[in-house]
Design a protein around this ligand. Sequence first.
Ligand code: SF4
Length: 342
Amino acid sequence: MVDFLFLCLRIKTENSAVELNAYIFPYGYKPFTLRVQGEPMNLADKIVKLKNEKKAIILAHNYQRPEIQDIADYIGDSIELSRKAMEEKDARIIVFSAVDFMAESAAILNPEKKVLLPVLGARCPMAQMLTVEEIKRSKSQHPHVPVVLYVNTLAAAKAECDICCTSANAAEIVSSVHSNTVLFGPDRNLAEYVERKTGKKVIPIPEWGFCPTHLLFQPEDVQILKTQHPEAVVMVHPECTFEMDKVADFVGSTSQMCRYARESKAKTFIVGTEEGVLHRLKKDNPAKKFFLAYDGAVCPNMKLNTLERVYASLKEEKHVVTVPEPIAKNARKALERMLELK
Ligand code: SF4
């Protein structure tokens, strides 16, 4: 005859696994374990869960690692992500998986939101090439000449310019400026491309600014690929040299390339930009083939962002990007002028 029954349940959860220990007295002294084993939650799932709990969104540049692109709310080039950052009403936190100047722009345009850069060391070397002193020196040498700066510049530089542009709208922005001469920085290749497109005199500041990743592309590599895939369409980024433009069928920003590849009847493409964009191109166009024009075209700065760093930054809300208001105020005007131009 049993006088009483004692049941003790211990539930332990780790990730999505559940361990259930039951001790039933007096029917047995030996505890038994009931395991309800679910799939352990992987890092990507953890980030998505955390992002929802914290009312955060993840913006990822087209050059990000595939696994980051796959968990991002939006993937795009600088201008698309800047617009998304501005349009986003509900998010409290923006995790900007890219490099410093892009996160700075998001912080400038969204002063009420917390903008996180997963890794503070993700700096664009080209943005570092244009200093405020250089802009001031150029302005004094060319008084009354408007300054158009590529968004790949630091906030302090943006604060010194009249209007910003991206690789997607650079020619359009320069055309809209009421002057036949403009100062343009920091990418010399983009400056030359804009000069060819607009017919205006475009003075590069500094004289030698460049993207180390896009400089790696050489027309000889494209020619070799063309012999293997003669039907391929060649798309290149305007940060590449003029020699690359000459062998290209299409020159445009990463998002313009994505649109072009989607709408084109061609089935094979040779791509002259950072390798990260191939993930999006292949995902959007599973029936088409994409070859990188040079296998080594990897931006090490973009690739500093990893899932682990995205998770840590969001979990601890660390690496908050802020821009002092006097600088932000002027830089915001230059960015907003660009964004007003559809
Ligand atoms: S790809 Fe070039 S321009 Fe873009 S972040 Fe890297 S170094 Fe800067």
